[in-house]
Design a protein. Structure first.
Lengths: 280, 336
């Protein structure tokens, strides 16, 4: 009934992943401007904002795929852009937006790619690798089509395969860019449950960009709202997910209700102001 | 269920590489036994294992036929691996040294230096060819990138065709201007394993071996690279350095193949795609299998080149083109 328990990590300890006044973009034009954000450990952080506001750019900068033109991203006390890239890949995994698997690559082959940062030229495939791949396929529920080509699967199945690849990387921190786009609501919710379990039971840190506002509100431990390359609001869903914030960030007129079952807020867009239903 | 082995598809077993090597050995012996004077495989094996300088067949085998078979192995492996790498890195199923202009670039540079300028110590040929291949590849990329929509598989192929036509015309003009000094180059320009260019092969060998070594070492990263730069970086790859290494491998392999046997079109297209049918899409297997299958393929093609119209011999490069063009058309229909 009550709001799910916040993470149990000692609040005095510095989080493992911290964004400090970061600006970044492509070429000379900055897209993300002066963003500061401490990612809570062992929790689910969800990033929302209108299209083109810089969510992917911020996530890519956090994952050192893009350089920061200002500020820095700190991972385990070190600037992530200065760390050896394999070292980063053993701590932090990234699933980019809309990834494409080569035609004909099997699910198992795809998931096995996640083991790259744990392998060396001389020790290319170990028992630990095989175990991690099996466990990841189990968790993402893709064992049934392990030997089928990824390109033959449905959108939801394919998305779970990518999830399995990221899980096989066995990192404590996982960054995901819109992993639920184009999926049925039911499939979205299954995926979100999986991610919440990973955060709560395995103590892993998940940061994701999400399109679907109500799904974000239902699952986020920390909700971060962006607009025009800047952070507009951040906090637990209860305080961040308000009608005022939705209006400011998305220009969306909506009522925010409380789901009696979960105690989580839900937004209902106002179709026509006069027909608005009383919230209480 | 799965042991601590490479994730694999289907019932392929650990015996597969051995079977592949056995096929290669058979093709090799067959290749050596075929010729104007057929030599039974038994004698071939004898000459290879217990050479006797007093036996004429042994001398024919070791002095004439062995070099040609070895050249076929090297060139077939080099072009196939170069094609496989190019397809992975550019995410373009039609990428291949010939179609993207590298072969004609290398040939043009060699013709320019050897035929026109007349400077050609054999040690220089692979370097000259590498220079030409790199220049042509850069031109093809530049033209394709400037086209509306950027460097797509289609614009790359079109730019490759344009550069091939342009440099091909220049090569033809050069050969017409000076018939005599181009006597030898003319056969070479059709892609030929005839004429025992063993000295050339020895100078190309270090580049070829280096290219193969880099390709095999980087193979496991190519699969991730084929999924996009962002995914590859996320997995902990230094994408800039990786691409530079792969470019070196492609250029070194292409240039040494051209130095040995001239331009052989479509080998880099046909072999990797055939390999994918049984080895899957993971470059950890595609690259070594392409080397093996490419060597066997060119041996068999060269046998055909000598046998189909015997006693007349046709250029091996003509046969690879005759076999490759229909497969190219099929790929365009199926994949583009
Ligand atoms: N590779 C790129 N090169 C140049 N501009 C880009 C690139 N990717 C995104 N942009 C621009 O950056 C802005 C923010 O994009 P992005 O971070 O992808 O937004 P979001 O993920 O919030 O939808 C957009 O205006 C987009 O056009
Ligand atoms: Mg985005």
């Amino acid at each position: 009934m009550n709001v799910p328990n916040r993470n149990m990590i000692d609040q005095n300890r510095r989080p493992r992943l911290v964004v400090e006044r970061v600006s970044s973009g492509y070429g000379s034009t900055p897209i993300v401007r002066d963003v500061s954000l401490a990612i809570p450990d062992a929790a689910l952080t969800i990033l929302v904002g209108p299209n083109g506001c810089g969510k992917s750019t911020l996530l890519k900068t956090m994952a050192r795929v893009l350089p920061a033109s200002g500020g820095r991203v700190v991972l385990d006390g070190r600037p992530v852009h200065g760390m050896p890239t394999r070292d980063v890949a053993r701590r932090l995994a990234l699933l980019p937006q809309g990834p494409v698997a080569p035609e004909g690559l099997s699910v198992r082959e795809l998931v096995a790619q996640g083991r790259y940062p744990h392998q060396t030229l001389l020790r290319q495939w170990s028992r630990a690798d095989a175990r991690a791949v099996e466990a990841a396929m189990e968790a993402a529920d893709v064992v049934r089509f392990a030997d089928r080509p990824v390109s033959d699967l449905s959108g939801g199945q394919r998305q779970r395969c990518w999830m399995a690849m990221v899980l096989a990387q066995e990192t404590d921190i996982i960054l995901l860019d819109e992993p639920t786009t184009f999926l049925d609501l039911k499939v979205q919710v299954d995926l979100m449950r999986l991610l919440r379990r990973i955060a709560q039971e395995d103590g892993r840190t998940v940061v994701m960009v999400l399109h679907e506002l109500n799904v974000a509100a239902a699952f986020a431990d920390l909700l971060v709202m962006m607009r025009g390359g800047r952070l507009v609001a951040q906090g637990p869903v209860g305080t961040a997910f308000t009608a005022g914030a939705l209006r400011e960030v998305f220009g969306l007129e909506a009522s925010v209700l409380t789901d009696p079952a979960s105690g989580r807020p839900v937004c209902v867009p106002l179709v026509a102001p006069r027909m608005a239903v009383a919230a209480e | 269920m799965t042991g601590p082995i490479l994730p694999r598809r289907g019932p392929a077993s650990r015996a597969a590489p051995l079977a592949g090597l056995a096929v290669l050995a058979l093709a090799f012996v067959w290749h050596v036994s075929v010729g104007a004077r057929p030599i039974p495989p038994g004698i071939v094996a004898e000459a290879l294992l217990a050479f006797d300088a007093d036996v004429l067949d042994h001398v024919v085998i070791v002095d004439l036929r062995l070099p040609r078979a070895l050249c076929a192995v090297l060139v077939g492996a080099a072009l196939s691996v170069a094609g496989a790498l190019m397809q992975g890195v550019t995410r373009n199923p039609l990428a291949e040294p010939g179609l993207l202009g590298l072969l004609i670039g290398a040939s043009f540079a060699v013709v320019l230096f050897v035929g026109v300028l007349g400077i050609a110590p054999p040690a220089m040929i692979p370097l000259v060819a590498a220079l030409g291949a790199t220049g042509a590849a850069a031109a093809v990329w530049g033209i394709a990138a400037a086209a509306p929509g950027g460097a797509t598989p289609l614009t790359l192929i079109l730019a490759g065709a344009a550069i091939t036509a342009f440099l091909g015309a220049l090569v033809t003009v050069a050969t017409l201007l000076d018939e005599r000094s181009f006597e030898e180059l003319r056969v070479w320009l059709t892609g030929s394993l005839a004429g025992g260019r063993l000295d050339q092969a020895l100078w190309a060998l270090p580049w070829l071996v280096a290219g193969l070594a880099v390709a095999l070492g980087a193979a496991r990263q190519v699969t991730a690279l084929a999924m996009g730069d962002e995914t590859a970086i996320g997995l902990g790859m230094d994408v800039g350095r990786l691409k530079a290494r792969l470019l070196f491998a492609v250029v070194a392999l292409t240039a040494s193949a051209v130095a040995i046997a001239g331009p052989m079109g479509f080998v880099g297209l046909v072999v990797p795609h055939a390999v994918r049918l049984f080895a899957g899409q993971d470059y950890r297997r595609v690259v070594p299998w392409s080397a093996l299958a490419g060597a066997a393929y060119l041996l068999v093609v060269d046998i055909a080149a000598r046998m189909v119209l015997a006693p007349v011999e046709i250029s091996t490069g003509l046969v690879t083109a005759l076999l490759g063009a229909p497969i190219f058309v099929w790929l365009v229909r199926a994949r583009l």
